[in-house]
Write a protein that binds this ligand. Structure first.
Ligand SMILES: Nc1nc2c(ncn2[C@@H]2O[C@H](COP(=O)(O)OP(=O)(O)OP(=O)(O)O)[C@@H](O)[C@H]2O)c(=O)[nH]1
Ligand SMILES: [Mg+2]
Length: 440
């Protein structure tokens, strides 16, 4: 195993068991940021905590544009190094994505024992800690390797300088070819993980076909991390998805059947949460998981009504929904945790978002109305069909009886004439037998 491999493989998975690391957070205030710096840093602190690090100091800088070499100004970089030293920090975490060279340059400024990472690396770390399924783990490894690839030089120089006592000149020579070897290895690994994921994704879409081939209406829960998606699927379907007060508790999707009051069954899927500045590598790597959302008939966009940042969170979620091509899927804005709001705040929200639903997964308040809205959406997607099914296709007549709503039925010379309401998934099964207006 090369040292990079041990960095990847050892890194996050064991961190929680080790002594908690000490972290310095760095935030940069820039013009036109959609999110107040303070709350972005508060979120970064929660991310650090989830990953197993305690924040020992936080520092910020106001900048018009990031410095291409060190992201913050040169003087600020020295100040951060000093801050890390005086707090005996192991880790400096930037709230923004650093380029590989910024990261490498910053590491040079810090003491050798201090790692410099960014929000993306931190999120990848948490994903690695929380991934449990084979697919989830592979998706995380893919994202990690994609993140690592352009940074190999920086990491190698860092490791080499530790090993060889550092200094300019000691970092090249023999090692350069080692770097090439490592690059090739990471590239090969990326290819093989991709291939494996494609295979798993084929299996998954087959499963989905058979699950959804039954024509069930698909509801997906999407939303900011910690909004209460898992609590909501548990409340709706009696599932027992792990839910706790940490960011990214859920990585693997869970699908459950759920029977609407009228008797019709739908599926509900809980999946990974979103966050502002969600790394694009993760969106790409989690494509097949996110396809569960992109392939849904209805999205419940779960919003934490008690968060002071809920508006920014809504925006961040809509951005990711756009990215995965889910922007045109019918969506119900579902404000959760309403038990935490006072009556006045709740009334204000209801006025502002008249078409949203307001629930509490904890107390059950508003759930009945939400179910009603799901039922309405499910039936509004139905198509009205007029078909003449030949007698040898008795299976289709049974399907109509079991899964569709029949408006009228009569027996004609060549087959059964049915007028029915069918879910979109069934339309293609009946389409060869549609009666056109001319035939009627
Ligand atoms: N007060 C209150 N707390 C809630 C409610 N719903 C969820 N929570 C809490 O919010 C936290 C996050 O809930 P989860 O269901 O894990 O949230 P999630 O959206 O699945 O989060 P991730 O999987 O981490 O993205 C947990 O501590 C829940 O107990 C609610 O209606 N009211
Ligand atoms: Mg969850």
């Amino acid at each position: 195993m090369t040292e990079y491999e041990s960095v990847i493989q050892k890194g996050p998975a064991t961190k929680a068991e080790e002594r908690r690391e000490r972290a310095v957070l760095v935030g940069v205030e820039r013009p036109g940021l959609p999110w107040p710096l303070e709350s972005s840093l508060a979120e970064l602190e929660r991310l650090a905590d989830t990953a197993g690090a305690d924040v020992v100091a936080t520092t910020t800088q106001r900048l018009d544009a990031p410095n291409p070499r060190t992201f913050v100004g040169t003087g600020k970089a020295d100040e951060i190094a000093e801050l890390a030293r005086s707090h005996e920090a192991d880790l400096v975490i930037f709230d923004d994505e650093l380029t590989p060279s910024q990261q490498a340059n910053l590491e040079k400024v810090m003491d050798k024992s201090v790692k410099v990472i960014d929000r993306t690396a931190l999120i990848l770390d948490i994903f690695a800690l929380h991934a449990t399924s084979k697919e989830g783990r592979l998706q995380v490894r893919l994202a990690q390797n994609q993140y690592l690839y352009p940074r190999l030089r920086g990491m190698w120089a860092h490791l080499a300088s530790n090993r060889m006592g550092g200094g300019v000149g000691s970092r090249f020579g023999e090692g350069e070819s080692q770097l090439e070897v490592d690059r090739r290895m990471v590239r090969k690994r990326i290819t093989s993980i991709r291939r494996e994921l494609e295979r798993l994704s084929d299996v998954r879409s087959l499963q989905r076909e058979s699950r959804y081939g039954s024509g069930m209406f698909k509801v997906a829960l999407a939303g900011y991390t910690n909004a209460g998606k898992s609590s909501l699927i548990n409340r709706l379907t009696g599932a027992d998805v792990l839910s706790y007060d940490k960011l990214f508790a859920t990585l693997d999707s869970t699908t459950r059947k759920f029977e609407l009051p009228e008797g019709r069954e739908v599926t509900v899927t809980d999946t990974v949460g979103f966050i502002q500045k969600l790394p694009t590598t993760l969106v790409e790597a989690f494509k097949s998981t996110l396809d569960e959302i992109a392939g849904a008939d209805l999205i419940l966009h779960v919003i934490d009504a008690s968060s002071p940042e809920f508006e920014g969170q809504i925006e961040a979620v809509c951005e990711v929904l756009d990215q995965i091509g889910a922007q045109s899927i019918p969506t119900i804005a579902t404000f959760n945790k309403c038990d935490l709001l006072d009556a006045e705040t709740l009334a204000g929200l209801k006025r502002r978002y008249p078409s949203a639903r307001f629930v509490s997964a904890r107390s059950g308040e508003g759930i009945e109305e939400l179910v009603g809205a799901i039922a309405q959406a499910a039936s509004s997607a139905d198509a009205k069909l007029d078909v003449l099914v030949p007698y040898q296709r008795g299976d289709l007549v049974s399907l109509a009886h079991e899964r569709c709503h029949i408006i009228s039925e009569s027996h004609e010379a060549t087959g059964t004439r049915l007028q029915l309401l069918a879910a979109p998934a069934f339309v293609s099964a009946f389409s060869p037998y549609l009666v056109s207006d001319d035939d009627a």
